[in-house]
Design a protein around this ligand. Structure first.
Ligand SMILES: [Fe+2]
Length: 402
């Protein structure tokens, strides 16, 4: 009888251990260190991302920039702020902390989730590391950002899953990549091989788990090198064509045969070495668009191999005429149509002239708003005239809807 009891007890113990390991495995899977807690589509089935990038906050632009960003949050009511680098990089960590805190307070006070990754300037002075800067962000309860630690090159490569409004089914993915700063030879960096491998594995895993491709968007600071394959090469410089970075006598402009958005305003600056990120995305077929910053005046997109390569404007206002045309980008997703997204660019000049923003501004905003209206009118008119003459006299289209 004792023997039978022993057998029963050992079977129970064995079952408990097996169940325990399965639970542990599930827990390990659920708590993937490079996957943020899922965000959810709203009850209306919509999810709105505000792309904020290249704020380059300093003492002389922080007040105006943050007031505009706060107004933009109140107008657009985003479900997520995507911050893609070159945010605040002062000489000392304390100074950087001070500016970062001011920025994050805008989002924290409004309870808007924030996903951050870094650019080439965020830790370039060597006075502090990317990891130390990341800790400033992850200290906020609104942050969904992840320090990927030793797992991957850089700091700030992770996945943000978007689930259905009323459940835990993953509908959409947001890939966040730290595209680095500089390579050993001083060129701009690119997303590294191990980050690309991580993406491929996670992308395959997402497809296996759900039984279908999970459509997604990617966000990072530095544009992919394939941008130059998507543009048209010219031997001489023409209006709205730009010399290729790291090349001589090569100029690039919108191809009239491509699907283009917005306007090319300066030379795109990808890294020198290509580690296969874009081709991996094209092969997997789950990324609809890759959004970048870095080239402050470029608000454009080009469809290439089924993926939109999109650049967003610097989201700051420096108190000068030129930055009246800076601003932010809105990206809207629909739970019922996860294979599509819509996007629009909002420039500060247009922003302060919108009826909704007029209703949101208070007396203290008056001088900022009237300055942007005044300066912005001249900058916008100048650009409109240039575009009109170039398009009329060359027969080439240089500006498309954003
Ligand atoms: Fe940059």
């Amino acid at each position: 009888m004792k023997k039978v009891l022993r057998i029963i007890l050992s079977l129970i113990l064995c079952g408990a251990i097996t169940a325990g390991s399965a639970a542990a495995a599930f827990a390990a899977e659920a708590a993937d260190p490079l996957t943020a807690p899922a965000l959810h589509f709203g009850k209306d089935g919509r999810f709105r991302i505000m792309h904020v990038t290249d704020t380059h906050l300093h003492d002389d632009n922080v007040a105006d920039s943050l007031r505009l960003i706060a107004l933009a949050c109140d107008k657009e009511k985003p479900d997520l702020i995507m911050l893609t680098g070159d945010i605040a990089s002062e000489d000392t960590f304390e100074h950087t902390r001070e500016l970062t805190d001011k920025l994050m307070s805008v989002f924290e006070s409004r309870k808007i989730p924030v996903a951050v990754t870094f650019g080439n300037h965020d830790s370039e002075n060597g006075a502090y590391t990317r990891e130390e800067v990341m800790a400033l962000y992850t200290a906020y309860s609104c942050s969904v950002s992840i320090d990927d630690g030793e797992a991957l090159t850089g700091c700030g490569t992770y996945l943000v899953p978007l689930c259905s409004a009323d459940g835990d089914e993953v509908i959409f993915n947001l890939w966040v990549f730290d595209s680095g700063d500089y390579d050993d030879e001083g060129h701009y960096a690119n997303t590294a091989e191990d980050q690309v491998e991580w993406y491929k594995e996670k992308s395959l895993e997402a497809e296996r788990q759900s039984g279908r491709k999970i459509y997604s968007l990617a966000f990072q600071h530095i544009i992919v090198p394939e941008i130059y394959d998507a543009l048209e090469k010219t031997e001489i410089q023409t209006a709205f064509s730009y010399k290729r970075i790291y090349a001589e006598d090569e100029y690039y402009r919108f191809s009239q045969d491509a699907v283009n958005y917005g306007m090319l305003h300066e030379m795109p600056c990808p890294g020198y070495y290509n580690h296969g990120q874009f081709s991996a995305m094209a092969e997997r077929g789950d990324v609809l668009a890759v959004f970048t910053g870095h080239d402050h005046t470029n608000a454009f997109g080009v469809k290439y191999k089924g993926i939109d390569i999109v650049n967003s404007l610097s989201t700051r206002y420096n108190g000068d005429t030129f930055s009246t045309q800076y601003g932010y980008r809105i990206i809207d997703l629909d739970e019922k149509a996860p294979d599509k997204y819509t996007t629009r660019v909002v420039r500060w000049y247009d922003f302060v002239n919108s009826a909704e923003v007029k209703a949101l501004t208070v007396k203290e905003d008056e001088s900022l708003v009237s300055e942007i209206r005044f300066r912005g009118f001249f900058q916008k008119t100048f650009t409109d005239i240039c575009v009109f003459f170039v398009e009329t006299f060359t027969g080439r289209k240089v500006r498309y809807p954003d």
